[in-house]
Write a protein that binds this ligand. Structure first.
Ligand code: NAP
Length: 297
């Protein structure tokens, strides 16, 4: 079976166009400009790059954006104070703290400090709880929400499908398993979640109608782990050395794309699959936060 590529960039652009139209409506009808604050601690090159991509997308879509760049030596108390100020800032509707944060700062303390109505990353315990309870009023984490949106817009049948999620992290695997197992449209999947202690991993993967890899291990998923005709979503972003590449490395996913592609009915590339969806969903969530704050939704 020959695979069809899921074009994450094109689907993200559809969502961005919808967000742009929604922002124009908010500005025209409600004189309201959605605002996003992104807090970056330290100089982690990947985090710096992600934050500037978010800034650029805000500028493109007409979202007011504020970047708060704090030194690596910032204490947890100082960071919480910055979040607290943003919680009260009227022109800011969404707050994001770029992860990973380094010890001694405890991420869970930081995420819990964000006003849950401004928690556009969906990591506050209240929003995690709402997702677990099936309450749609909360915010959902952007990457797993983006995976669901990719599946929907690619015409994948999620309802009743067996979805195997590799990875149980707080930001991808766990929330994705909750999103796709909701008793709701575009969900209703039977979800198996696997992790580093799972037995019979290859066998479980072979039973998937939809296989999602989110483990951070380059080209881990091989052809013999995928059944003919399965849908394969690759969340992984891994740097591997490549002396021939201009930067000396290249980005690959958690799936061995060349091996798996011929077996899959649909598959995401890396880059150009899930990655662009994460930012598109962040922009979408920011607009939603602004609407909710002003009672428009
Ligand atoms: N596209 C995007 O926008 C986006 C966003 C976020 C993350 N990512 C990428 O997605 C990947 C996962 O990120 P993450 O933050 O979820 O990672 P993480 O926090 O490190 O979690 C990795 C998960 O994978 C499991 N795992 C690791 N090796 C495994 C193996 N060999 N077999 C089975 N399970 C294994 C771990 O199991 P244990 O729980 O047992 O340790 C853990 O649950 C990374 O490559 C990351 O860069 C991409």
């Amino acid at each position: 079976m020959s695979a069809k590529l899921i074009d994450g960039r094109a689907i993200a652009e559809q969502i961005n166009a919808e967000t742009l139209a929604a922002i124009a409506g908010l500005k025209d009808q409600h004189h309201l400009t959605p605002g996003l604050a992104v807090i970056l601690v330290g100089e982690n090159p990947a985090s710096v790059a992600y934050v500037s991509m978010k800034d650029k997308m805000c500028a493109r879509l007409g979202i007011h954006s504020e970047r708060v760049h704090l030194p690596a030596a910032t204490s947890q108390g100082e960071l919480l104070a910055v979040i607290n100020d943003l919680n009260f800032k009227r022109e800011i509707h969404g707050i994001l703290v770029q992860s990973p944060l380094s010890p001694p700062i405890a991420e869970e303390k930081v995420f819990a400090e964000i006003d849950p109505t401004k928690d556009v990353d969906g990591f506050h315990p209240l929003n995690v709880g709402k997702l677990a309870l099936g309450d749609p009023t909360g915010f959902r984490p952007c990457t797993p929400a983006g995976v669901q949106e990719l599946l929907i817009r690619s015409g994948a049948a999620i309802d009743g499908a067996h979805v195997v999620v590799l990875g149980r992290s707080r930001i991808v695997g766990r929330p994705l398993s909750l999103i796709l197992s909701q008793k709701a449209a575009n969900a209703n999947a039977t979800v198996t979640i696997c992790h580093s202690r799972s037995s019979h991993l290859a066998e479980i993967c072979r039973s998937a109608d939809i296989l999602v890899a989110a483990i951070g291990s380059p080209r881990f998923v091989k052809a013999d782990m995928v059944r003919d005709g399965a849908i394969v979503i690759d969340v992984g972003i891994n740097r591997v050395e490549d002396k021939g590449a201009t930067k000396g490395y290249r980005i690959v996913g958690d799936v061995d794309f060349e091996e798996v592609m011929p077996k899959a009915s649909l598959i995401t590339p890396v880059p150009g699959g899930v990655g662009p969806m994460t930012i598109a969903m962040l922009m979408h969530n920011t607009v939603r936060a602004a609407r909710m704050r002003h009672g428009i939704e």
